[in-house]
Design a binder for this molecule. Sequence first.
Ligand code: ZN
Length: 305
Amino acid sequence: MDPALALAIFALGLAFGSFLNVCIYRLPRGVPVTVPRSACPKCGNLIHFYDNVPILSWMILRGRCRHCQARISPRYLVVELLTGGLFLACYAHFGLTLATLKYCAFGFLLLGLIFTDAETQLLPDKMTLPGLVLGLLFSLVVPVNDLVSQVLPLFSAPAGGASWRWLSLADALTGALVGASFLYGAGAIYLRARGVHGMGFGDVKLMAMVGAFLGIRLTIFTIFAASIAGSLVGLWTVWVVWMKRTRRRMARHHESAREARRRAWGSAAVALRRFPMPFGVFLGSMAMVAFFLGDRFFRWYWRLL
Ligand SMILES: [Zn+2]
């Protein structure tokens, strides 16, 4: 790893992170990202270029608007640092290759979707659909090398030197199809079982995009890992609400521990049903885990069998 190049790539990541913050704020609100200048959402004053330097400006202004002192969310700082870290990690993991470019672009989109879903429970089409197309295009230059590429040549000899590109594209298309149909199926089952929409079409399109970038195996890995992570967070939420309400009932209503626990359980169950679970956050973060660690996980898993 060349330290000067690593620093440059990190700085480039910070700049992209700064732009991503603009997308996270504007896309769900329907504001075009092409309008050049940002304004403070509270006082409407335009933000000068010297107040828009990644990390430094946030630190110097201590997370407040220069004019009206309105708080600026620490998300701006976090997204810049994460994008910088992502670009650096891609360079460290994949070297100076087209794969680095592919995973920088993919991770950039995922970070945008994760934070937009966390803030607004929306996964904008303007991120997922171009992402799907980009994933398919990247499969033509960076081999996805999944099931189709490995199984199909066993049956028919490859026709000509360029054929790996078509196999790779077939892998990306299959990945997108598998990802989207898994989420569509899960959403349909959820709707039947609970009578409410648990997952939207945003999640379906997100997983089509993830499938196009990652292929079938890592897409399935992403869905399972996200389900486990989501369930753990859900259970933990219920546990925390249950314990808090039990303690409150005992203190306020002087109920016995047993009675308080029983009644608090009811309200914890209601809290879980009302708690909007941003599943896109879990899918997005596990997709990122998948492209750094998924292959290592599969090697470990096959050795276990
Ligand atoms: Zn302001």
